[in-house]
Structures are given as C-alpha cells and as structure tokens.
Write a protein that binds this ligand. Sequence first.
Ligand SMILES: [Zn+2]
Length: 731
Amino acid sequence: MRNPLLTGALAGAIALSLGLTACSQPDSQSAAPAPAAVDAGAEAGAADLSANPFMEPSSLPLMAPDFSSIRDEHYLPVMLEGMRLHLLEIEAIANSAEPPTVVNTLEAMERSGALLNRVMRVFGNLAGTDTNTTIQQVQAEIAPKMAAHQDSILLNAELFARVKALYDAREVLELDPETRRLVEQTHLRFVRAGAELSEDEKNRIRALNSEQASLMTAYQQALLKQTQEAAVVVENAADLDGLSDGQIAAAAEAAKASGHEGKWLLRITNTTRQPVLTQLTNRELRQRVWEASANRGLSGEGDTRAMVLRLAALRAERAQLLGKANHAEFALETQMAGTPEAVLKMLDDLTPTVVENAKREAADIQALIRAEGGDFEVTPWDWEFYAEKVRAQKYDLDPEQVKPYFELDRVLRDGVFYAMNRFYGVSFNERTDLPVYHPDVRVFDVIDSDGSQIGLFYADYFARPSKRGGAWMSSFVDQSHLLGQKPVITNVMNIPKPVEGQPALMTFDEVTTMYHEVGHAVHGLFSDVRYPSLAGTNVPRDFVEFPSQFEEDWAKHPEIIANYARHYQTGEPIPADLLQRILNASGFNQGFDTLEYIAATYLDMAWHILPAGTQIDDVETFEREALARHGVDFAPVPPRYRSGYFAHVFPGGYSAGYYAYLWSELLAADAFAHVTAQGGLSAELGNAYRRAILARGGSEDPMQMYVNWRGQQPDPNALLVRRGLKNTSDD
Ligand SMILES: [Zn+2]
C-alpha cells in the first residue's frame, strides 16, 4: 500500500490514485499501465472552483466525504489546483529564511497538500469501487502528472538540505521516538531518490529510471501478447471432456472471436497453473495447456527474455549508484526483512518441510493414478486434475452445503464485529445519516470500550460491474494527532449480490476474507500517532498483511464460529462434522501451494541479488540453476510464476518483494499462536496487541515493535503449523 518514494501525507493518496491498496494477494496482477493521457477536463484556473465541494474540508462528522455533493467533473480541476497549491507550500518550506526545525520543515511537509490529499483519497477509492469512463479518463491524465509532482518535491535541493540538516542533528535534538522516526524516514525517502548524488549521477539515475519505466511498459504489453499467443486451440469437442457446458460454449465463443470459428479456444490465465487443469480428462490436452502456460515469454511477440536481462542489469546498476551491493539490498532497505539474507533465511528455513509435504501430496496423487490404472509418473499437468479427486475423496465437501450457515449480515455482526468486541472491546453501530457513493455501502460508528468514538467504518461488500475485482481496505481520512483527524476507513469485497429479498450466503473463503479485511481496517482505526505519513497501514509491505492475516484466524475460533455459523432459516448451529470437514479441507494441497510460491520467490531474489555488471546470457538456464541451488527443483511443482511472465517483479512494483506475503503471514501465524498460548480470546490480550502493534502504525521500526510485544523474533515453525504442514511448533 505504501510507496516509500512518496512524500508525507501524500504517499497514501498517490498510491490510491494508482489503484494500490492494502490487500494485494499473490494472485493479483499489478495495476495495468495507464493508457495514453486523454484530455478529460479543463486546466487549473480555467474551471470555477468556488462551488467545488473539495475546496473546503467536509463539514460532516470526522470529515467524512460528502458524497451527496461530489460529482465526476469536480475531480480534475481540483486535483490540478491541489498540486499547484502543494508546490507553493513546498517552495515556501524549502526557501524559508528561518533555520530548519521539525516544526517548520517536517511538520509543515506533513501538513502540506491537504487539498490534493482530500480529493485524491475520494477519487482513488471511487476509481476502484464505482468507476466509469470519466473517472478512467481522469485517472489516465493524472497518473503521469502525479509522478512528476512527486519528483519535483524529492529533487528539490533546498528542501533536501533542510531535511538533511535535521537528520544530521537528530542525536542532539532530543526528539521523541515518533519524531525521530519521521526525521529518519523522510531523510531516507530523499536519499533513495538520489538526493545525495552528484549531478552526473542524478542524471544517470534519471536515465535508468526512464529506461526502466519504458521496459516495464513493454513487458506489460508483451504479457498481453502472450495471452493471445499462448491460447490453446482445440479441434475436437471430445477433447474438452470434463468442462461444463457453459465453459465449452465460452471456449467456442472465444475461438470465433479470434478467427477459429468451429473450434474451441482455451485462454491462459496469469499463474503457471491453470484452472482448467482440474477438469480436463484428456491428458494430452492438459499437457498442451500447461506447456502453453509455462513457456510464455520464450518466443514470438510476447518474448520477454531480453527485457528480463536488461531490467535485472539496470536495477543492479542503479543500486550500485545508490551505494548498495545489489537491487535486493536497495529494495529491502525500507522493509521489515531489511536484507536479502533475512529473506533467504526465511525461505531456506521453510524449504525442507515444504518440499517434504509436496512430495507426500505427490505420493497420494501417484497412488490414485496407479489405482485408476495409469502407467505414468505425475507431471505438473496431472497435479491439479488428480489433486481435485483426492480432495473430493478425502473431505467430501460440497461448498453449496455450507453456504446456508454463512449469511452475510450474521457473519458480519455475530462473527466479525463480535470477535472485534471480544478481543478489543469495541462496538460497531450502524448509522444511516451519512451520504454514501452507492446504495450498497453501509456506515458504522466504531466505539471504544469507554464510549468514545474511534472512527468511521464503511463496508462495501457486493460485487457490481463498476467495481474492480478482489477485496481490499482503504481510507478516506487517515488518523493523525497533528492534523486532529480520526480515521475514516473502508472495506471492499466482491460478494455476489442476491436478488431482492434473498439472503446473501457466503463461502467459507469469503467469510475468511471478511475477517482479513477487517484486520486491515482495525490497523487503520486503532492508529494512535502524531504524523499522518506514519499512521495506520503506512507500514512496509512485508508488514501490512500481518494484521489482516492475524484476524483471519478468528473465523475458525470455536467460540466465534459458534456465535455466527448458524443456518439462515432455522438458526441451527453448523453441524460439528460439517465444520470439521471445512477446517480439514482448508489445509489441503498446502505443500504444492507453498512450494510453488517459494520457488517463484527464489527466482525473484536470484534476479535481483546480482551485482552490477554480471553477465547472464540465458534466462532458462539461469532459472534452472537458481531452483536447483535452493533445493526447490521438484519437477511436478513448478514455480508459480516464471521469469517470462512474472508480472509482480518485472513490470510490477514487487521486485525483490514477492516474499512479502509469506513474511507477513509468518508474523500473523506466530502472533496468533502466541495469543492462543496465552489464553486466546480476551480483551486484555487484545488491547495489549492493539497498543503495541496496531496503534503504532509505521511510527517504530517494525521488528523492534514486534519484539517489544512478542518478547522474541517470530518462530518460522508457526507458519508451517498455520498452513497444516507441521503438527506442532516444537523443535
Ligand atoms: Zn490484505
């Protein structure tokens, strides 16, 4: 959610404008590059801003956005005006005749850009939840302008001189810990942008950044070409055995649309594994589909090999200019993990157990192949097909059978809110007097155990065509004592909306996601810091998915589940054996899932740990050697992504960062196990965790903060136990 290169309170706003929020899952693709700018509105100054609702802070409670008066045409002119005013404020700070102080420099920067922040927060949220062509045009027009706006702040030499003076004096200034953190973080942001380099070096950095941006766009476009080139054309309907009638009709439609009328076309999705492989009974077709997927990026117009080599090389060169041994060292400097060695140690610690589990799952699959008379060794294109059969045999679970026990409103009130009440003592009270941007959005006051108001919680749970896919948390207002702001937080999901009068029944995955998102929400709501740039979820990305995955585990807690998992018609509690089958099934195939993820993470690290000037000639050889070196070259379980189509790390913002999901999960697993060992669901434990972790946002070093609460560093075994790959945390 947080881009460490961005400045002050605007970090969140800019991230929002680019469509980033605190919940990217390993599956999610990074935001597509902005299309060519479209002139979607008037220039600043040309528009009449006097009636624009963004010009003054909202007068609603907690400065909640007044959606009753906001219209699409309000955004662009006020964004341009907001940038103009922000730069004037920055100039005034930079050129002040007074000697630099925390108040006249850093706090002034934290306060600056209020108008821009106000509009970007609303706009960023609406662009994800209720978009339209006008909003999309504004998005395309504003993205490059915001990037340039950010550069003009971070490359301001006078401003950096003031920041550096404060940084150099930090030992003698007697700063409180949070202010000291602000001094250090702000200084680091400038340094990482190249503020300390010579003019020649700065020019080289700019050239490398520009080349990287072009290559990332080219790679993104190659990914689209791959999707067309890799699609598998099927000549014979009988080969599609196993697919539903609807899927076969869609494949015929897709074939027609791509000039193969009378045939069938199977599209390739983003990961190496392909969903249709669970269904196709024809082994030869499965092989064709899998090979089409795994060989993406190695030929044709979608060939990305040269881009991979060049991106790795230029990132290494930039890291060297900035005084780092390699790009991973540069990227990890602002993360909790801190160093490439720490990431590799986490992976190396997990690998033997994970590989062992994957081999056990492979043996189950192999046994089933033999039992069915198959005379072949399990391959990647067999795995999902047979794993699905093993799952059905082992767990006997029909998702439709469980949904009546997970009715949305009951899950929300008697599950999610109930858990937050038991653990933190807080209550969620619905209110209907605040305007919302869509009738499906609900608003809740969040009230502390002493009756005081913590903030506002918006819940937007139903899917609609104007909303992007997935689930995420975001904010309209960040908590800050400096600015006198309480948090206004939102959760978004994509649960299918039932027809009028019918209940919304959820899958257990959706239930878990609802707990996950409220975990991000309480991270924002319980924030108790002075500076907005350090508030709530403004933390490293390998930390941000920790509070969310921590709360997930309440969904399975016996006392919580007894309170919410009840039949929507009869009120009967969920039968014990059905519940047990749900819980058992959630540990299924975790060896495969974890190993494919770890293998991709090793690839990401291998490319980004290369010193500047390393000559790599062949992408495939490099990959093969990296996987073998780390002991994850188990043929039936290939990496989740290969270099040719690794959207997170080559065109996306996760270079040397794909590990972050697992790092966060390790913290969540260790933290939840720690709470459980101390007695679990008590407000005393909850409030200790809230004060030490959730309230602190990014105001302390994350590992220090964790160790202060936990008493030790996290135990890597906790992750294996959470994923069902190990029975206990002993040894
Ligand atoms: Zn998340």
